[in-house]
Design a protein around this ligand. Structure first.
Ligand SMILES: *[C@@H]1O[C@H](CO)[C@@H](O)[C@H](O)[C@H]1NC(C)=O
Ligand SMILES: *[C@@H]1O[C@H](CO)[C@@H](O)[C@H](O)[C@H]1NC(C)=O
Ligand SMILES: *[C@@H]1O[C@H](CO)[C@@H](O)[C@H](O)[C@H]1NC(C)=O
Ligand SMILES: *[C@@H]1O[C@H](CO)[C@@H](O)[C@H](O)[C@H]1NC(C)=O
Ligand SMILES: *[C@@H]1O[C@H](CO)[C@@H](O)[C@H](O)[C@H]1NC(C)=O
Ligand SMILES: *[C@@H]1O[C@H](CO)[C@@H](O)[C@H](O)[C@H]1NC(C)=O
Ligand SMILES: *[C@@H]1O[C@H](CO)[C@@H](O)[C@H](O)[C@H]1NC(C)=O
Ligand SMILES: *[C@@H]1O[C@H](CO)[C@@H](O)[C@H](O)[C@H]1NC(C)=O
Ligand SMILES: *[C@@H]1O[C@H](CO)[C@@H](O)[C@H](O)[C@H]1NC(C)=O
Ligand SMILES: *[C@@H]1O[C@H](CO)[C@@H](O)[C@H](O)[C@H]1NC(C)=O
Length: 582
C-alpha cells in the first residue's frame, strides 16, 4: 500500500518528464503557443543547419534581437525579426500569440514584433526549415501563412527569391552598422520595370549594378562564366520576375550578404566549418561605383586616371574633370551628321559606329523586339536608322539593346563583358584608326556580323567547357550548355510548319535574319507563330544551335518573344517563336 502510493507520483513524474523531453525532441524546430522560447533558448532546424534564437550583435551591446543564424560557432545572423525594436534586456521571448501570429515580446508582454498576418488563424505554429526560412503554418492543414524569406533582411540564401513586381518587390536591406541591425541606407534587388539585373541602391540612388542578365551570366560581372557550381536563375511567376540561386555541391553552401557599407559579399560555408569565407565582392575597384565617370565617360581601373571620355567626347566641365570630379561626364565634340539640317556638313558622310570590346554596357538599355532585330547586323542597322539611337549592343542571350539618352555606367574590363557600339561622326571614326580599319568596322556591321556571332559563340562555348570546374565567382550553371536537352523542347513536325506558313509562302515572310528567313504562321489551334528557318548553308552548327535554343528558352524576360519549340527534319533546322505584333 505504502509502496504503491509512493510509486504513483514517481511514475507520474517520470511519465511527465518523458513526455516533456520527447515533445522537446520532436518539436525542437517549432515554436507554438504551448512551446514558446525564452532568452537564451533557441530552436534548431531539423538538419541542424540553422537556429533561431536571441543575440546581441558582436556581443557588445545589451540590446537583444531575435534572429535566424547559421548553426555554427561564429555568430552568423541571416535574418532579424525585431531589427528596429530591440529588446532592452534578456527577459524577452518568442511565441505564437492568441491570434495565431508569431510575435517577439518583452518581459512586460509588449509586442515588439509580429509576423502581421492580416487574417490570422488562431491555431498555428512557427517552424524553422533547413533552408533557413522561418514559416508560420496553420496547424490543421499545414498551409504556410507567412515566411521570413518574404521579408529578408541583408542575406540572400539559396532558393530564396528576390524581385517581384512593382507592388511587392522583395529586396535585401542592409544593417545600419555592423552592430546595428536596424534598416540601413542600402538595398539590393531588381527593378521590375527594367531589364533583369541586380542593383544596389544607396537610398533611392543606384550605387552598383550587375549589368543585364543574359540567361547565363550578369554581363557586368567579369569572371562569372568561369564558375558553374553556383547557379542563378530567372523565374517568371505570373508576371513577377525573380532571381534565385542554388549551389549543387552538398559539401558547401553559398550565400550573399549586403554589408552595412553597401557592398555585396559572396560567402561560401563548407560543411563542418566554423565560419564562412568571402569569395567575391561587388566593389573590386572604384569603377564599380555606379556612374563614376558620368555620362559618356568610361571607367578603367587599370588606367590612370580611371575616368576618360569615350572617343569623340570631351569633358563637359574641364576644370572639375581635371580635379577628379568626373560626375559631370562628357559631351560630344562634333554634332552628329544625322542631327544636322545641312547635309553637306561632315562632307555629307554618314555617322558610323565605333566598337568598344569587353565593357559593362551602360544603364537604361531599351530592348528591341526580337523579331525586329535578332542579329547584331539588324540591331546595328536599326540603330543607324534612328538618330536618337546613340549606341547599341547585341548579346545572344538578351538580343538587341539600344540606348537613346546620355549613356552612363560603362566600365572597361580586361575580359568578358560585352561589345558596345557607339555612334560617332564620320570624321571621329576617321581620326581613331586610319581609313582601312574604319571601313572594316563598318563592314563588319553590315556583312559578317552574323557569321561572327556564330563563330565567336562557338569559341565562347568551347572556352566555357574548358573552364568548367574552376573556382566559382557569382558562378553559373554551364551544364545545360554542355549537354543541351534538345529533346526536352517541344518538337514541331515539318508538315505542321508547312501548313502553318502556307508552304513557306513569300507573302508570309517577315524578313531575312542572319541565319535565314523568318516566316509568320498560324497553327491549327489559332496560335500565331514566327518560324526562323535556318538556311542549310548556315554556319550555325548543331551545337551552337542547341546552345542558342537553351539560352533562349532559359530566358523568360517579358519583353522577349518566347521560344515555343523547334523542328529538325529533312535537313531542316527551324526555331518556332511566339508571334507578337511589332
Ligand atoms: C558572443 O557570446 C557567446 C556566448 O558567450 C559566444 O558563444 C559567442 O562566440 C560570442 N560571439 C562573438 C561574436 O563574440
Ligand atoms: C505590423 O503592423 C503594424 C500596424 O499595421 C505596423 O506598425 C508594424 O510595423 C508591422 N510590423 C511588421 C513587422 O511588419
Ligand atoms: C490545434 O491544432 C492541433 C493539431 O491540429 C490540435 O491537436 C489542437 O487541439 C488544436 N488546438 C486548439 C486550441 O484548437
Ligand atoms: C544614410 O543617409 C543619410 C542621408 O541620406 C545620412 O545622413 C546617414 O548618415 C546615412 N546613414 C548611414 C548609416 O550611412
Ligand atoms: C550614400 O548616400 C549618402 C547621401 O546621399 C551619402 O552621404 C553617402 O556618402 C553615400 N554613400 C556611399 C557609400 O556612396
Ligand atoms: C564539392 O566541393 C568540394 C570542396 O570544394 C570538392 O572537394 C568536391 O569535389 C565537390 N563535389 C562535387 C560533387 O563537385
Ligand atoms: C562636381 O562637378 C559638378 C559639375 O560637373 C558639380 O555640379 C558638382 O558640384 C561637383 N562636385 C564637387 C564635389 O565638387
Ligand atoms: C534644324 O532645323 C530645325 C527646324 O527647322 C531646327 O529646330 C533645328 O534647330 C535645326 N538644327 C540645327 C542643328 O541647325
Ligand atoms: C551647309 O554647310 C556648308 C559647310 O559648313 C556651308 O558651306 C553651306 O553654306 C551650308 N548650307 C546651308 C544651306 O546652310
Ligand atoms: C527612335 O528611338 C526612339 C528612342 O528609342 C524611339 O522613341 C522612337 O520611336 C524611334 N523612332 C523610330 C522611327 O523608330
Amino acid at each position: 500500500m505504502l509502496k504503491l502510493t509512493l510509486l504513483k507520483p514517481l511514475l507520474l513524474l517520470f511519465a511527465l518528464f518523458f513526455l516533456q523531453s520527447c515533445s522537446l525532441c520532436t518539436a525542437a524546430d517549432t515554436i507554438s503557443i504551448a512551446h514558446p522560447i525564452k532568452d537564451p533558448e533557441e530552436i534548431v532546424s531539423s538538419g541542424q543547419t540553422f537556429k533561431l534564437g536571441f543575440f546581441s550583435p558582436g556581443n557588445i551591446s545589451d540590446n537583444r534581437y531575435v534572429g535566424v543564424m547559421m548553426n555554427i560557432p561564429s555568430q552568423t545572423v541571416i535574418w532579424v525579426a525585431n531589427r528596429d525594436r530591440p529588446l532592452r534586456d534578456s527577459s524577452g521571448f518568442v511565441t505564437v500569440s492568441e491570434d495565431g501570429n508569431l510575435v517577439v515580446m518583452n518581459g512586460q508582454k509588449q509586442i515588439l514584433w509580429s509576423s502581421n498576418v492580416s487574417f490570422p488563424i488562431a491555431n498555428s505554429s512557427a517552424q524553422l526549415l533547413d533552408s533557413g526560412d522561418l514559416v508560420l503554418r496553420e496547424n490543421s492543414n499545414g498551409r504556410i501563412l507567412w515566411g521570413s524569406f518574404q521579408i529578408p533582411t541583408d542575406s540572400f540564401l539559396q532558393d530564396m527569391r528576390l524581385g517581384g513586381n512593382t507592388n511587392n518587390n522583395i529586396k535585401l536591406t542592409s544593417w545600419r552598422s555592423p552592430t546595428d541591425p536596424s534598416v540601413g541606407n542600402f538595398s539590393f534587388g531588381i527593378d521590375p520595370l527594367r531589364m533583369p539585373e541586380f542593383f544596389i541602391w544607396n537610398g533611392s540612388k543606384p550605387y552598383w549594378r550587375s549589368g543585364p542578365w543574359n540567361g547565363n551570366v550578369y554581363i557586368g560581372v567579369p569572371g562569372m562564366s568561369s564558375g558553374y557550381q553556383n547557379r542563378f536563375e530567372l523565374v517568371n511567376d505570373k508576371g513577377s520576375v525573380f532571381f534565385t540561386h542554388s549551389f549543387f555541391n552538398d559539401s558547401a553552401s553559398m550565400y550573399y550578404v549586403l554589408s552595412s557599407s553597401g557592398i555585396l559579399l559572396e560567402n561560401i560555408l563548407y560543411k563542418g566549418s566554423a565560419n564562412s569565407k568571402i569569395t567575391w565582392t561587388s566593389l573590386r575597384s572604384e569603377c564599380d561605383v555606379y556612374g563614376k565617370c558620368g555620362p559618356f565617360g568610361i571607367c578603367d581601373p587599370q588606367h590612370k586616371p580611371i575616368c576618360t571620355c569615350l572617343r569623340g567626347f570631351e569633358p563637359t566641365d574641364k576644370e572639375e574633370w581635371d580635379k577628379g570630379n568626373w560626375t559631370g561626364g562628357c559631351s560630344r565634340k562634333a554634332m552628329l551628321q544625322c542631327n544636322m539640317n545641312n547635309s553637306s556638313v561632315h562632307n555629307g558622310k554618314p555617322d558610323g559606329f565605333l566598337k568598344f570590346d569587353n565593357v559593362k554596357v551602360p544603364d537604361f538599355a531599351d530592348l528591341v523586339e526580337f523579331l525586329k532585330a535578332n542579329t547584331e547586323e539588324q540591331c546595328g542597322n536599326l540603330c543607324m536608322q534612328n538618330c536618337s539611337c546613340v549606341a547599341y549592343s547585341y548579346n545572344r542571350g538578351i538580343g538587341c539593346m539600344h540606348w537613346s539618352n546620355g549613356i552612363i555606367d560603362i566600365q572597361q574590363f580586361s575580359f568578358d563583358g560585352a561589345d558596345l557600339y557607339i555612334r560617332l561622326t564620320f570624321s571621329e571614326l576617321d581620326h581613331v584608326k586610319g581609313k582601312r580599319k574604319q571601313k572594316a568596322v563598318v563592314a563588319s556591321i553590315v556583312s559578317i556580323g552574323s557569321v561572327f556571332i556564330a563563330i565567336s559563340a562557338y569559341f565562347v562555348w568551347k572556352c566555357l567547357t574548358k573552364y568548367r570546374g574552376k573556382a566559382s565567382r557569382m558562378g553559373v550553371l554551364l551544364d545545360n550548355i554542355d549537354q543541351p536537352k534538345i529533346e526536352e523542347l517541344p518538337l514541331y513536325s515539318f508538315e505542321t510548319l508547312t501548313k502553318a506558313t502556307g508552304n513557306f509562302d513569300l507573302k508570309n515572310k517577315l524578313g531575312e535574319g542572319g541565319f535565314g528567313p523568318v516566316y509568320k504562321g498560324r497553327l491549327l489551334n489559332g496560335q500565331e507563330i514566327a518560324v526562323k528557318r535556318l538556311s542549310s548553308s548556315s554556319t550555325q552548327g548543331i551545337k551552337e544551335l542547341t546552345n542558342e535554343v537553351v539560352l533562349i528558352s532559359k530566358l523568360q524576360h517579358r519583353n522577349l518573344v518566347r521560344l515555343l519549340g523547334c523542328c529538325f527534319e529533312r535537313e531542316e533546322k527551324m526555331l518556332i517563336y511566339e508571334f507578337t505584333e511589332v
